[in-house]
Ligand binder design. Structure first.
Ligand code: FAD
Ligand code: SF4
Ligand code: SF4
Length: 393
């Protein structure tokens, strides 16, 4: 579908501008012009008193998407440290870039974080676009959006990947709207058609009961946020060479509408499920909050951390920061213990890529056994102390 203004009929009354819910129409003199954020909703067609807007079956104008190239990764940093999802995105970005024969680039915003450019290159970036400004020291929606939007307009990436962190989830939609393109949030799988360069972005839909694969055929860049812990990390090679391109955005008064006064770290950030090699998760089968005491003791012996199913979180036995799954954290430890967890699809969505999965459940028909590498049928209050006893020996 395409929306066109018939120039001979348009009288410049501007009624369509008010009717457009996507701010997609601007005036050029007395002529209404449809912009890239038009979704073909048709609201303006109905409102025009002069029948000057038509909806046609022709494909949306795609002429200039060929100008776009390269895979970009948003190099999210906090306090001068790259988020681990950035290294995962570089790993995935490298595969996509190789598939379509283009460069892998990182876009980095911050103040005096020059060391990170070398780290990004060592993890596979061919180019790093680097904006080094005091206004970018900590994340700010307006400042980051303006900087990256201007870089996108100038350098035209084919694909832009962001971590599905709080920052990525804020920045991604702002950039997508400015660029008039689409954004697929919370992807768990990405692949690309090497012929037409369409990125196939897969994510859970309908409460995780099916996986939807989404494409963005007519607009660029193709944008995705990707959950931390889902993709494999890029390899590190300190001898890799790459180019650093300085970005010099300018900010005038009113460009940045908010100011960061203080940063208070919450308990959520302190729980590092995504970085853990061993996770011992507990579910409704624990029967009460005291069950987590046993799991903490067990996790400590193994050098791991505790996780939880949503049922345990909803029961108020443990904070949501510990929840593993579709609406919690996605994890990929080397070893994952599921203790008293049935194996609902929404829980599996967050842990099924773990190295080894060990399930302890007293119901031998529990679905968790279908994906477990090792299954122990029994009461967790007997099985776990027995394993700990063996570990002590
Ligand atoms: P249950 O399904 O009640 O399973 C308890 C298990 O413990 C049973 O298999 C039982 O046999 C076993 N058991 C009982 N006693 C013992 C014992 N003494 N020893 C050993 N085994 C025992 N869930 C998540 O976990 N994470 C999510 O992110 C998530 N997101 C969701 C998003 C949506 C949109 C929806 C609709 C649901 C979501 N859920 C999520 C909920 C999910 O569907 C399940 O309800 C939840 O995972 C069940 O948790 P559970 O396995 O701990 O509990
Ligand atoms: Fe032109 Fe119709 Fe829009 Fe008025 S409502 S500016 S006539 S296109
Ligand atoms: Fe706006 Fe909808 Fe008209 Fe497009 S079709 S210009 S989105 S009102």
């Amino acid at each position: 579908m395409a929306i066109n203004v018939i120039a001979e009929k348009c009288k410049g009354c501007q009624k369509c501008i008010k009717a457009c819910p996507f701010n997609a129409i601007t005036m050029e003199g007395k002529l209404a012009v449809i912009g890239p954020s038009c979704t073909s909703c048709g609201a303006c067609v109905e409102v025009c008193p002069f029948d000057a807007i038509e909806k046609t079956d022709e494909a949306v104008h795609t002429a200039d998407i060929t100008a776009y190239h390269d895979v970009w990764v948003f190099a999210e940093q906090r306090d001068g440290q790259l988020m681990s999802v950035v290294i995962e995105l570089l790993g995935e970005g490298r595969k996509l870039a190789n598939e379509i024969g283009c460069q892998l680039c990182a876009i980095l915003c911050g103040e005096n974080v020059d060391d990170l450019t070398a780290e990004l290159i060592a993890h596979g970036a061919d180019k790093v676009y680097y904006a080094n400004m005091p206004e970018l020291k900590t994340y700010n929606t307006d400042a980051y959006t303006k900087t990256i939007y201007e870089a996108i307009t100038k350098y035209k990436p084919e694909i832009l990947l962001l971590g599905a962190t709080h920052i990525g989830r804020d920045l991604g939609p702002c950039l997508a709207v400015k660029c008039g393109t689409g954004l697929t949030a919370d992807c768990t799988k990405l692949d690309i058609d090497p012929e037409d360069k369409k990125l196939r972005q897969t994510r859970p839909a309908f409460g995780g009961n099916l996986m939807a694969t989404i494409i963005c055929p007519n607009h660029r860049p193709q944008m995705s946020t990707v959950r931390p812990g889902v993709m494999d990390k890029a390899e590190y090679d300190k001898n890799r060479k790459g180019e650093v391109i300085a970005l010099t955005p300018t900010f005038k008064e009113g460009d940045i509408r908010t100011k960061v006064l203080e940063i208070v770290k919450s308990v959520t950030e302190l729980v590092s499920l995504t970085d853990a090699d061993i996770i011992v998760s507990g579910g409704a089968g624990l029967g009460g909050p005291e069950g987590f005491e046993l799991l903490r003791e067990f996790a400590k012996k193994l050098g791991g951390v505790v996780g939880a199913s949503r049922a345990a979180v909803d029961s108020g036995w443990i904070d949501h920061a510990y929840q593993v799954g579709q609406t919690g954290t996605t994890v990929k430890p080397k070893l994952y213990f599921a203790c008293g967890i049935s194996g609902a699809i929404q829980h599996l969505a967050g842990m099924q890529n773990s190295g080894y999965i060990i399930a302890i459940n007293k119901n031998e028909n529990a679905p968790i056994f279908e994906i477990a590498d090792y299954g122990i049928v029994g009461d967790l209050y007997k099985v776990i102390p027995a394993i700990m006893e063996e570990l002590d020996k």
